[in-house]
Ligand binder design. Structure first.
Ligand code: FAD
Ligand code: UDP
Length: 395
């Protein structure tokens, strides 16, 4: 009998599996419909031996020390600061928009102070910042909005920025200094040996069993378990009772070139040209040295694997109805980007899973927790044997 069936081996499912097994000695079965662990962060070596991300570029960044410390148990890191250029008016300019972006675009020599004044002169005041259009136009005006945000957003979401919550374009700042990093978080690094290796470590516990290529419904009723942690799409769990929640998908097209480097930075955004939104060159992210280089082009689409919840009022309303159902379903915990319909980054999913774990452990009666925390086998960890888990099991 398993204590938990965990649906999905991505960050949400794997963090909960690791915590439940290692801290509460629970027996956990993870089922994932895919042929691999890691969820959307899965990486592997392609046929040329280049480490690539199967579901698009994943760059780790967080301000949460607790999240960074937690993951550091399972991987060493490679410091990496992400940089992006946008292809606009025939030039590659820094994105997020900064002082250099504007000076390159307009041939000006603004100082930061002058750029502040320039933005103020072109900004269109809005009474309320409600949509993704309001956010940008109220800061930098219509022309820059159209050059950098409107086309990209329409491609990415199949919606105009005016139809999306402010939170979407708010992810990308506007700067008046020369900082050309995509993120400014305290911790910015890539798992040194890749995400998949990190997940292998996280899940290498004798209490955790993994079934790949398995939809959880195939084993429901066949393998006994006490409770479920569900990290798939929430509407699917309830057989789309209230209709489909929109999720945006992407078609990834990979290419390997017979040269060591193709573009100056890891990602180039194409807000206005071509049907794809961005092109990623993986070696910038991984630091790998190789005579060839692999790229991925992202073509957003409506059908396909669900990747992005679509933040807008009507979808949030529909999600709320599913959330009420979820709250009323005892014995099932919902976690992660698809199950809680939140446009979360990896670190936010880890934080959410750690918080859910705390909630679950608080619900376990104190007496049985005390018993569970007693080691059943006394052991002496030996440095020569590497990591030794509880009960003296090596992993
Ligand atoms: P997932 O990784 O989606 O895991 C859910 C798992 O559940 C999947 O493996 C799925 O196969 C499985 N599943 C679903 N239904 C079933 C079923 N019926 N039975 C069994 N298994 C099932 N975040 C960042 O922090 N930085 C980035 O740079 C970044 N880039 C991104 C780029 C792209 C293109 C995308 C799509 C996302 C990006 N993210 C990034 C977000 C990141 O991928 C997510 O925050 C994180 O992977 C979510 O983890 P999760 O466990 O919630 O979901
Ligand atoms: N965005 C844009 N132009 C850009 C980059 C981003 O319009 O060059 C908008 C777009 O709507 C995008 C959102 O900002 O979906 C968030 O961008 P981010 O890079 O965070 O997207 P993600 O990496 O999550 O796909």
């Amino acid at each position: 009998m398993f204590d938990y069936l965990i649906v999905g081996a991505g960050f949400a499912g794997s963090v909960l599996a690791e915590r439940l097994a290692s801290q509460l000695n629970k027996k956990v079965l993870i089922a994932d419909v895919r042929s691999h662990i890691g969820g959307n962060t899965y990486d592997y070596y392609d046929e040329n031996g280049i480490l690539i991300h199967k579901y698009g570029p994943h760059i780790f960044h967080t301000n949460a020390k607790a999240v960074f410390d937690y993951l550091s148990q399972f991987t060493p890191w490679r410091p990496y600061q992400h940089r992006v250029r946008a292809w606009v008016d025939g030039q590659l300019v820094p994105m997020p928009i900064n002082l250099d972006t504007i000076n390159m675009l307009y041939g000006t020599k603004f100082t930061s102070f002058q750029l502040d004044e320039f933005f103020a002169s072109v900004a269109e005041p809005r009474e309320q910042i409600r949509t993704s259009e309001d956010v940008v136009v109220s800061k930098i005006g219509r022309e820059l909005y159209e050059k950098f945000f409107r086309g990209y957003t329409r491609k990415q979401w199949g919606l105009d920025p005016s139809e999306l919550d402010a939170s979407v374009t708010s992810r990308v700042p506007v700067r008046t200094n020369r900082d050309d990093r995509y993120f400014t978080d305290t911790y910015q690094a890539m798992p040194l040996y890749g995400y998949t290796r990190m997940f292998e470590k996280m899940l290498a516990h004798p209490n955790i069993k993994i079934m790949l290529n398995s939809d959880w419904r195939e084993i429901d009723g066949v393998i006994p378990y006490r409770e479920i942690v569900y990290t798939g799409p929430v509407d699917e769990f309830f057989d789309f009772r209230y209709g489909k929640l929109p999720y945006r998908s992407i078609e990834f097209k990979f290419e390997t070139l017979n040269k060591a480097q193709h573009q100056p930075v890891a990602v180039i955004n194409y807000p206005n040209d071509y049907p794809y939104t961005r092109v990623t060159e993986f070696k910038h992210l991984t630091g790998q040295e190789h005579a060839k280089t692999s790229l991925v082009y992202e073509y957003p689409c409506a059908e396909g694997d669900p990747y992005y919840p679509v933040p807008r009022a009507e979808n949030n309303e529909l999600y709320k109805r599913y959330k009420t159902l979820a709250d009323d379903t005892s014995g099932v915990y919902f976690a992660g980007r698809l199950a809680t319909y939140k446009y979360y980054n990896m670190d936010q999913v880890v934080a959410q899973a750690l918080a859910l774990f705390d909630k679950i452990s608080e619900m376990i009666p104190a007496r049985s927790r005390e018993v569970l925390h007693e080691p059943t086998v006394i052991y002496t960890p030996s440095p020569a044997l590497g990591l030794v888990g509880r009960n003296g099991v090596h992993h």
